[in-house]
Design a protein around this ligand. Sequence first.
Ligand code: BEZ
Ligand code: FE
Length: 301
Amino acid sequence: MPEHPPHSISPQQQAVEEELVRTVAASFDATADGRLRELMQSLTRHVHSFIREVRLTEDEWKAGIEFLTAVGYITDAKRQEFVLLSDVLGASMQTVAVNNKAHSTATEATVFGPFFLEDSPEIEIGGDIAAGAPGEPCWIEGTVTGTDGAPIPGARLEVWEADEDGLYDVQYGDDRTSGRAHLHADEQGRYAFWGLTPVPYPIPFDGPVGRMLERTGRSPVRAAHLHFMVTAPQRRPLVTHIFVRGDEQLDIGDSVFGVKDSLIKDFIKQPTGTPTPNGRNLGGKPWSRTRFDIVLAPAGA
Ligand code: BEZ
Ligand code: FE
């Protein structure tokens, strides 16, 4: 038996470790920016607490540094492995939770993800965001209202999604634009568009984050979803998704912890030949439809 079993330390050793935490935290005492001081001192305490709790070995410390170095090396203008790491650790969703406080009937927010692009094409209500992306057509409709139930005419909706092969346009590397667009709600706050029935797809897993998921027996797959970003004057911007009820990945687990029950919607399959809501001719292709009524919180809520 060692004198002190693992994770149990002598009072003398404890005093040494605690003194170091105090010294490092105090090294930030003169930080003029009070918020920065708070962040650095809290970070110090949490990092030291982690090292002490798990009794981090020097080899593990080195492996951690090598892992973070690899995360940095693979990161460039198009690939943000640090955000991916934050996503799979649930840190992104925790930040979303802290910054989007539950407010009355407001629609819940979820993770932004790396595939949003500024300057998406504008479509009319009833237009098609797929722009040739392969997949089953899906009619998505709903309203945008405030928490008082009043419609928000002109609310801007940005929508983006992967195709049936689980890829966003930007992942093809050929400058195509598909599976994304923006539109505006009408005078009654109504919107509608054609997209694709979402399918589950993996987050990029060919880098250090993917290797970490593999070593820990975790799936890189995200539950099938369609992204929304909804904005309007005097309203809190909403970044969210809708998920597909019945998607098996909902039971297995979403790799970035983005699912909220309130965001799981029925995507109802339409028998072949069912007339479409706006007369679009789908040439007999099957299609689905769903409804997502969006409620925006007031700005500052
Ligand atoms: C996505 O929804 O597209 C996504 C979110 C987090 C990490 C990777 C992808
Ligand atoms: Fe996504």
